[in-house]
Design a protein around this ligand. Sequence first.
Ligand SMILES: [Zn+2]
Length: 354
Amino acid sequence: MKALSVVPLQAGSAALTDMEEPPVGDGPILVETLAVGICGTDIEILSGAYGWSPPGRERLVLGHESLGRVLDAPGDGPIAPGDLVVGIVRRPDPVPCTSCAVLEWDFCRNGQYTERGIKEHDGYLSERYRITPDFVVKVDPQLGTLGVLLEPTSVVAKAWEEVDRIGGRAHWEPRTVLVTGAGPIGLLAALLGVQRNLEVHVLDRMGEGVKPDLVRALGATYHSGRIGDLGFSPDVVIECTGVSSVILDAMTNIGVGGVMCLTGVSSGGHQINFDEGALNRSMVLENVAVVGSVNANRRHYEAAALALAAADREWLSRLITRRVPLAQWTDALTRSDDDVKVIIEVQPEKAVTT
Ligand SMILES: [Zn+2]
């Protein structure tokens, strides 16, 4: 079967090659991959900046945002042939740490977790893969190819769970949310905010285009200026840019008792002159909470599956701005300002339309 793989940390090593069928030892469920979403992590791996191959192997199969159709599954389980499914990315560490021991691998404490398509475990960008039932999540069949958005949605489902739980430390009646960044993560975070009946605001650099249109189509408000000029102090901030100046701006403008969740990964190395004392003072006097959030466990995938099933499918389909056949995979790596989510269709002839 065909698979797209790289030699991690070696730029230009990506290649679409033939490889053996997935080993039975990978699990009793055989899945035919339909589509794989491409995100910043994949671009980093492809550029040779990130990634680890499985032990004893040179190459790593790419792909962690997957959608597939079950070809074969044990007769007595919850998953049946024909089901549309998404594979979970992270696997608990073998020790396991106290978090992985209770299946909260997204909180792994020793860093020895593995991740399909990223860290020591082949990804989903092959024509077929095998998996065990505990790492596969069913998608509403009505979603069709849109199910490929489940993995990025699981990341924001976790961020929202953190906001809800931290907000619940005291009386909590949030009204406004600011999402910084209108990429796929930001737009999906905004969707979950609208589903919570909050007044959602999204801020990005673009003046016009697909992203502002998608924000407005959600019934949310789009902003492209500075956070200090919004004219209100958000109860919740979901930060999806990783840009230091945006993060500091949001931290200093959040409302009293507000919760801010950081999901964007900064590159580091940029130093900004700012008044840490004033920030500390306002955080203490206003009970502000700032929390970082990464990855997702099974609970978050299941919450994400419900959120996508409840979403407007026409709106979700506009998030997928380009569909590239596997044979033309290099086209998926170049992106324009108007690209939101680019996906690779592994079986373009079997594309599931909604
Ligand atoms: Zn762990």
